[in-house]
Design a protein around this ligand. Structure first.
Ligand code: GTP
Ligand code: SPV
Ligand code: MN
Length: 608
């Protein structure tokens, strides 16, 4: 029996589809043995049909349309709620190309494992073929991919997060490179077996083959584990492509900022997962005359433009944002973005059929249905929404989206910011002395663990460039690559300035010293006035810091002593931090570039 007869093709192969795509789809179908194959066209009618089917299947619950039209709640399996970093693998030919920050498996060995897992894994299910473009369709900076998946939730989400459908498929020609992504929830159905609302498997493998630009993901339907266009493609595989081609794929938001004098700047900023990218991307400045517009909230692709300047695009078309903590007082723009047409995952539901999560309003409703579908009241003593609950919404619904967010050439980057979640030590803002020092600041980001990945929340861990879980190659080589990009930019005289920020420093009483959110505009003001050459700065062992009078605290309720603490540099703590950095660098066994290790020596010397 040939494949064509084994699979009842529900939708025909779109006319003109590249033969390599067709034969790959046939090959995957021959392994996974789905009941049907559906080629996704990306149309609204298709999204409607999938949503309707998911409501019927119990995967989606309709949100009350009077509150939030055309929106759905998905409740995941309680064991499938975040990225699984210890099940994420980089299968490069050579182990040293994955490096000590990644889990490496030999590609041959992993293929054997995957062959076993994927064999028959789609039995009783529909296999969807999901073509998409990362970046504006046809942009010279965009890249194409095709994801095969047996999860309609993943299809619907990818429809929001990327430019998905026939238009992307049509761009794949005989010589076009495209990323091959295979995804199965790993829950085949026997004849007549009833499905569950969120099929998944306890065994999970999120595997990447950088040399062949392939992704194989098994067992999870959640976030970056399953929406393979996002972290797996646009960061892990794209970072390798970028290394080979001389550009950068980074875990960065992108914003356009206009100052009171009307000058426009663009900033790219890297923060680890759940450390404030979406919030900064949608910030409403509290200081007069400043305007922030959104270009991207999670991933940026940056490269030297024809004009020799560093330019960046947002390869995504939607936001997969952290729900908890999002409210009118913190991120009003996000609240306005999710007015409708939104998928909510693992949030709570109000008795009136709208959604709720911690931080959406000051006071919790008296009664809710929690993310696991159980009755909840404030006395329940557990969060109503999962800490990693998310909203999935199209970027074009964002009221602060910048006019040029889809500019195929990208926007010119004036400043790069690195941040993390640090209760101690790291000042509110520091400017790097030069590009090399900036690379050091990126390389040494540490941050307290959040709920975005499995693990102990609050534990301090290294997250260089906020790319710890997302760099598809040896992290030390990533730093070397950044140095070479800087060197290339220097030849044209336009190297962006680099800064480090920390919104999360805490006082002795355990509360945040800095109000954060819209008030972070005061830090952006200092950063961009520096870039614009309007302000001097002060030397410190960590880099350049603001002179006290230059931080705009007009109308802000921050005490002098809190401000002192926000910039305090404790010598002993920093010497301890330097020792920890040295141990971290040593894990790369001599691969850390000298320009980076030199910065550590400079730090120690300056600390005295
Ligand atoms: P990922 O999507 O996981 O990559 O996260 P992200 O970096 O986009 O983080 P996001 O903006 O969603 O913020 C995560 C959490 O940090 C939310 O609960 C926010 O409310 C909180 N947060 C963001 N900015 C600030 C800030 O300036 N101060 C404080 N205290 N909390 C913040
Ligand atoms: C992150 O964890 O950084 C996210 C969410 O943006 S996920 O898509 O699951 O990676
Ligand atoms: Mn992220």
């Amino acid at each position: 029996m040939s494949i064509a007869t084994a699979v009842r093709q529900q939708s025909p192969v779109p006319e003109g589809t590249n033969r390599a795509v067709v034969s790959w789809v046939e090959q995957i179908a021959a392994i996974t043995l789905p009941d049907d194959i559906v080629w996704c066209d990306g149309s609204i009618a298709e999204w409607d049909r999938l949503a309707h089917e998911m409501v019927e299947a119990g995967t989606f619950t309709r949100i009350n349309a009077e509150h939030r039209p055309y929106s759905f709640l998905a409740r995941s399996d309680p064991d499938d709620v975040a990225r699984v970093e210890d099940r994420t693998f980089i299968c490069s030919e050579r182990e040293e190309d994955a490096g000590p920050t990644n889990n490496w498996r030999a590609p041959g060995e992993m293929r054997v494992t995957l062959d076993g897992l994927f064999y028959g894994s789609m039995r009783g299910r529909i296999m969807y073929v999901v073509p998409f473009s990362m970046g504006p369709l046809g942009s010279p900076l965009a890249k194409l991919g095709v994801q095969i998946t047996d999860s309609p939730y993943v299809v619907a989400s990818t429809g929001i997060m990327t430019r998905m459908g026939t238009a992307a498929l049509n761009l794949i020609g005989d010589t076009t490179p495209w990323v091959h992504a295979v995804h199965s929830v790993g829950a085949p159905l026997a004849m007549g077996e009833a499905d569950v609302a969120w099929p998944c498997n306890k065994t999970k493998y999120i595997s990447h083959f950088p040399e062949t630009r392939e992704i194989w993901s098994y067992g999870s339907a959640y976030g970056g584990n399953a929406l393979l266009a996002k972290k797996a493609f646009a960061l892990r595989i794209a970072s390798v492509i970028a290394r080979d081609e001389g550009w950068l794929a980074e875990h960065m938001l992108l914003i356009k900022v206009t100052n009171p004098r009307g000058r426009v700047f663009h900033i790219a900023a890297a923060f680890p997962s759940a450390c404030g990218k979406t919030n900064l991307a949608m910030m409403v400045p509290t200081i007069p005359g400043w305007k922030v517009e959104t270009i991207g909230d999670d991933i940026a692709w940056l490269g030297r433009g024809e004009d020799g300047r560093l330019r960046a695009i947002n390869p995504e078309a939607g936001f997969f944002g952290v729900a908890p903590g999002t409210g009118y007082s913190t991120n009003a723009t996000a609240m306005d973005t999710i007015w409708g047409n939104t998928i909510f995952t693992n949030v709570a539901m109000r008795d009136d059929g709208d959604v709720w999560w911690e931080g959406m309003t000051d006071k919790a409703p008296d009664h809710l249905t929690d993310w696991e579908g159980r009755s909840w009241s404030p006395a329940s003593g557990r969060p109503a929404a999962h800490p990693n609950s998310r909203f999935t919404v199209a970027a074009r619904q964002c009221p602060s989206i910048a006019g040029e967010w889809e500019d195929p050439r990208g926007v010119v980057i004036d400043a790069i910011i690195f941040g993390g979640r640090r209760a101690t030590n790291v000042p509110l803002v520091v400017e790097a002395r030069d590009w090399e020092h900036g690379v050091y600041l990126g390389a040494t980001i540490s941050s307290e663990r959040t709920a975005a990945a499995e693990g102990t929340i609050g534990e301090l861990r290294r997250d260089p460039f906020a790319m710890g879980p997302f760099c598809g190659y040896n992290m030390a080589d990533h730093w070397a690559h950044w140095l070479s990009v800087g060197a290339a930019l220097r030849t044209t005289g336009s190297v962006p300035r680099v800064f480090q920020v920390n919104w999360f420093r805490k006082g002795a009483d355990g509360s945040f010293l800095w109000p954060g959110f819209g008030e972070n505009s005061r830090v952006l003001e200092w950063i961009l006035e520096r870039v614009d050459g309007k302000l001097a700065a002060q030397e410190s062992p960590l880099g350049l810091i603001p002179r006290r009078e230059d931080i705009n605290i007009d109308g802000l309720d921050v005490s002098e002593s809190d401000l002192d603490e926000l910039f305090a540099i404790d010598r002993d703590s920093w010497l301890t931090e330097a020792d920890s950095t040295e141990r971290f660098f040593n894990t790369f066994e001599g691969r850390v570039p000298a320009a980076v290790t030199n910065q550590l020596a400079v730090l120690r010397e300056k600390l005295g």
